[in-house]
Design a protein around this ligand. Structure first.
Ligand code: FAD
Length: 403
């Protein structure tokens, strides 16, 4: 008989139940129902605050910074449960997984104390300023520059595809501070304030429910302590933070949710052969994603595993969305008030999913780039063989290793 390679601890199951209960609270459910179909889709602030007030938004962060002092496995439990409950997640990913984790890994004590508690509470939001016209998959081609200006820095350049930039308090920005032996040397990471008018922010309409922004930094001055981590050492920081976003746990959760919505709407019942097959593949994808979480939680380097998990879960979620698209005559008239059977929140959520789906194989690294990462790892003879993870099959042990 097949045995799962890991088991959740009682504490992790407890955390999952608690998060689900918080997200099913009246205020959060009202908020979620109200944001479906709106463009740009408002951020689910009530949901983030409900979790943040109890340390559940960033459970792996130290208690003094607003977390629970738990591990990455607990963070993944929260991310997965948010997806399964239909909570839009890009602001959490940008704030907690990207900006927050960058600060935790590379910031000094003062920077951490200044920013992390409000981020963990869901009060301060961040966006990610990495991509540029001409520097997306190939981030090493980025041209935004930061030059020394007295005690601070001046940043100049153009950033694009910055989801959530209109509502963010800070942008975590990659900029060139110098040259070096390779094009990846000399990149640094800055925490750029976005509320004081220094950065020109422009909406870029697109199909995704949340709006894209384009940002122009025209000699924007930031203080010295906006620099996070070593000057010129940003490449590693950026990549480490992205690896976490690529575990695929959230993508699995979205796809599972969409399949459940199709069942709830009677469009593709659970017993339908297509749903059965996709459910089986989703169960396998979940194992892949959690295997990756376990590796990261135990401190392993897992760039290739994360790329594999991101590729597979992203492509699978796209296939679930394609099924929703093909079966839309069975549910789309229920998206709008005044439709034949009136508005149905499940139908409205599925319509949003169709707008989100094309991005799944692009955001956080395209499917082609994920496959290229896997291929390079396979071709690298120095890479050690994979062993079973985690030590005795529990995520709890993996968790303890990093607390
Ligand atoms: C929904 C969404 C949200 C995003 N949010 C943010 C954000 O908040 N902040 C941010 O900075 N960026 C964000 N991005 C940008 C995202 O990271 C880039 O779109 C992505 O890295 C691809 O870059 P690009 O769009 O410039 O495409 P390109 O890099 O120009 O790629 C175009 C095509 O060529 C393929 N390709 C490129 N190079 C290779 C290669 N070497 N081998 C094989 N194929 C290749 C790609 O796979 C792709 O299909 C977001 C994107 C999306 C879709």
């Amino acid at each position: 008989m097949y045995a799962a390679p890991f088991a959740f601890t009682a504490e992790q199951e407890g955390l999952r139940a608690e998060v689900r209960e918080l997200l099913h609270g009246d205020a959060v459910q009202r908020e979620l129902a109200g944001l479906r179909g709106l463009r740009p889709q408002p951020l689910p602030r009530a949901a983030y605050r409900a979790l943040g007030a109890r340390g559940r938004l960033a459970p792996d962060w130290p208690v003094r910074y607003g977390g629970l002092g738990a591990s990455l496995a607990e963070a993944a439990v929260v991310a997965e449960e948010m997806a399964l409950c239909g909570v839009p997640d890009s602001a959490r990913v940008n704030t907690i997984d990207n900006a927050g984790r960058t600060l935790l890994a590379a910031g000094d004590d003062r920077q951490k104390a200044a920013h992390l508690p409000a981020m963990a509470a869901g009060e301060t939001l961040c966006c990610v300023l990495y991509s540029e016209p001409g520097a997306g998959s190939d981030l090493g081609a980025l041209r935004t520059r930061a030059v020394r200006d007295g005690q601070g820095w001046r940043l100049s350049g153009e950033k694009c595809w910055n989801v959530g930039g209109h509502a963010a308090d800070y942008g975590i920005c990659a900029a060139r501070t110098g040259g070096g032996a390779s094009r990846y040397a000399g990149i640094s990471v800055f925490m750029v304030p976005l509320r004081d008018g220094g950065v020109h922010i422009e909406d870029v309409p697109g199909v995704i429910p949340e709006m894209f922004q384009r940002m122009v930094l025209d000699g924007v001055r930031v203080p010295d302590d906006a620099l996070i981590g070593p000057c010129g050492g940003g490449w590693q920081i950026v990549n480490d933070a992205l690896t976490l976003e690529r575990t695929g746990v959230y993508l699995y959760g979205r796809a599972r949710r969409w399949l459940d919505l199709l069942d709830r709407l009677g469009a593709v019942p659970r017993s339908d052969e297509r749903a059965v097959r996709l459910s089986e593949e989703l169960a396998a994808a979940r194992l892949l994603a959690w295997d990756c979480v376990a590796r990261l939680a135990s401190g392993e380097e897992a760039t290739a595993e994360a790329a594999e998990a991101k590729w597979w879960t992203g492509e699978l979620a796209s296939r679930v969305a394609r099924l929703a698209w093909r079966t839309r005559p069975a549910w789309e008239d229920r998206c709008r008030e005044g439709g034949a059977r009136g508005a149905d929140p499940a139908a409205a959520e599925l319509a949003d999913a169709l707008c989100e789906a094309p991005a799944l194989s692009l955001a956080a690294g395209t499917s082609e780039m994920m496959l290229a990462t896997v291929a390079s790892a396979l071709l690298d003879p120095a890479r050690p063989d994979d062993g079973p993870v985690p030590p005795d099959g529990t995520l709890g042990d993996a968790a303890e290793a990093v607390v």
